[in-house]
Structures are given as structure tokens and as C-alpha cells.
Ligand binder design. Structure first.
Ligand SMILES: [Ca+2]
Length: 321
């Protein structure tokens, strides 16, 4: 969440067999960073950091539950932030009807059809949860209309085969697996990036689509993969997985989707990417972000000494379904 913002916490009571029971009165406390009122509404005082919220059953103080909150200073222009580790109250494998937006802009992703809801998977990526979208029809709709300029991050695992969409628009715009069996990014009227390197099954990629109103770029793990900068079509209304213009499914997992209503600078993009890579323990090449290798020599030099935000523990960055 953003400094000086608010977020509401709730509790769900269950008996020893896991069945829901009436929620009893609880008292709320927080380890720092602001205040929390009797209704569970946390209000940041602007202090950045990680804080723990504790709910204590008033009639039996031995019974407590905790939640965590991260207050961080994000670049201006954040209009949607769907983070799987901010989804609460769903057991692993459970259906996700609402993926709450934590940007403060109320652009939640929703799915009213039970059969089309993605599922919550706990402890899937560096101990953090992800949202799994099936190979047929799981999808979610947001109420966010995106037109250039914009910057959109999608951190997801792709299938190794076929044409699957992680995030798409009401227009023919998507980030997903291309027909070339690599991660691709399409915006009318053509491919901004059709990377043909093999996708590793279960591996999470930090993808970033940036459009400054004139030129479009696409980055994978901090590396510029743009092949066509002039395809400037915008997504329109944003959808996840098998919803939107094509209905094409994902067949994979999403950890986070972040949308800014402006083109972030290269240093801002690098900062966000390194933050995400650290949180999820994914490899990320921070140096040279935003720069298309100018020559073969440069490209060799760049890849010979990759910089990783964390050691590239491949399997900590992966989930195999
Ligand atoms: Ca389904």
C-alpha cells in the first residue's frame, strides 16, 4: 500500500475442523507504521516498511491471528496493483472471485462465474502465493481502461506451448505466450516483441510493457526485448487470463500485475523490477535496463556479466503444477 493510505483487515473464525463459525469480537493492534481502529481499518502515518497486524479475540486473548502489511513509496501514477500475497482469507486451491487492488484506486479484478474463477495457490513462489489460471476459461475483469501513455508489469509463469494470454485488453492487446513458443507482447497493429527463446516451464518472468504515447517497449526480466516500437495500440479495459478481446486462457500463474498511467523512466522501471525480483527471488538484469544492445559486442558484454538482484535460484522462482 501507499504511504498515508488505508487498508481494511477482516477476520474469519473457524472451528477445529475448519468449518466457519460466528466471528467473535476482536481487538486490533499493529506493530508500527500507523494506527488501526476497532473495525480493522489500518491508516498509514507515512512510515515505510513492513508491519504486522494482530487480531486478538476479546473473550479469549490466547486466540490471535496476524496479517502483514507493506508500506512502500511507489513512483507516481500507480492506478492498479494486484499482488497475490495481498489476497487473504482463501485456502490454497480455493477459487478467487475478487483480487483486490491495493493501489487505492479500487480497480479490483473480479469474476462472478464460479467455473471461470482462478485459484489461490499458497507458498508457490519464494514462500508467497500466486493465482493460478487454468487452460480453458479462468479469467478476471477489471474496470480499468488503459490508454497510452502507460507502464504495465505482469509477473507470471507461462506455458511452454501454444498461444496463451496472461493479461489482455478489450482491444487486441496482450502479454502472453506467442505463437513462436516464447513470451510475446502484441499491440495493434503488430508484435512489439515476439521473443523466440524457449520458455522454462513454471519459471516466473518479470515482464514490463511501456508506452510513452509515441513508442512502445517490452522488457523481460529487465532486458529490452522490443522488436517493433511503432505498434502503439492501447489495451482498453484490462482483463486477466481467459477474458477480454480473445478469451484466450493463460494456463499458468500470475504473482502480480501493476499498472501506471504514464511511461516510467528507465530508472523507475529498474527500481520496480529489482524490488519485485528481490521479493520473489527471481533473476533480474538491472544493468542496461531500457537499452537495446547497440551491437553484438555490447550484447556479449552485457550478458557475460549479468546482474541478479538475488542469486538466480531457479527452483525458488518456479512452481510446477
Ligand atoms: Ca475454469
Amino acid at each position: 500500500m501507499l504511504p498515508n493510505g488505508t487498508v481494511r483487515f477482516t477476520t474469519t473464525a473457524k472451528d477445529q475442523e475448519g468449518s466457519p463459525i460466528a466471528t467473535r469480537a476482536v481487538d486490533w493492534t499493529v506493530s508500527g507504521g500507523g494506527t488501526i481502529d476497532a473495525s480493522g481499518l489500518f491508516t498509514s502515518n507515512g512510515t515505510l516498511g513492513n508491519f504486522t497486524v494482530t487480531a486478538t479475540v476479546r473473550a479469549n486473548p490466547a486466540v490471535t491471528a496476524t496479517g502483514k502489511i507493506t508500506v512502500e513509496d511507489l513512483p507516481p501514477g500507480l492506478v492498479m496493483d494486484l499482488s497475490a500475497d495481498e489476497v487473504t482469507g482463501i485456502a490454497s486451491g480455493g477459487a478467487v472471485s475478487v483480487w483486490p487492488d491495493i493501489s487505492g484506486k479500487n480497480n479490483d479484478a473480479i469474476q462472478s462465474d464460479f467455473l471461470k474463477r482462478p485459484s489461490f495457490v499458497s507458498g508457490a513462489l519464494n514462500g508467497l502465493p500466486v493465482i493460478h489460471f487454468d487452460s480453458t476459461d479462468d479469467g478476471m475483469k477489471t474496470s480499468l481502461a488503459v490508454n497510452s501513455p502507460y507502464t504495465i508489469y505482469v509477473i507470471y509463469s507461462a506455458p511452454v506451448d501454444g498461444l496463451y494470454r496472461a493479461v489482455q485488453g478489450s482491444n487486441n492487446w496482450f502479454i502472453g505466450t506467442g505463437p513462436y513458443n516464447g513470451i510475446g507482447h502484441y499491440a495493434e497493429p503488430g508484435w512489439i516483441s515476439a521473443w523466440q527463446a524457449p520458455v522454462e516451464a513454471g519459471r516466473f518472468y518479470i515482464t514490463c510493457a511501456q508506452n510513452d504515447g509515441t513508442q512502445a517497449h517490452f522488457y523481460i526480466d529487465g532486458v529490452d526485448k522490443t522488436t517493433g516500437t511503432t505498434f502503439a495500440g492501447s489495451p482498453g479495459t484490462l482483463f486477466l487470463g481467459g477474458a477480454g478481446a480473445s478469451g484466450g486462457a493463460l494456463k499458468g500463474d500470475i504473482a502480480e500485475v501493476m499498472v501506471f498511467d504514464r511511461a516510467l523512466s528507465t530508472s523507475e522501471m529498474s527500481f520496480r523490477g529489482v524490488k519485485a525480483a528481490g521479493k520473489m527471488d527471481c533473476p533480474y538484469r538491472a544493468r542496461g535496463f531500457g537499452k537495446q544492445p547497440a551491437s553484438k559486442k555490447f550484447r556479449h558484454a552485457g550478458f557475460a556479466q549479468p546482474f541478479f538482484a538475488n542469486p538466480p535460484h531457479k527452483f525458488q522462482c518456479s512452481r510446477f503444477a
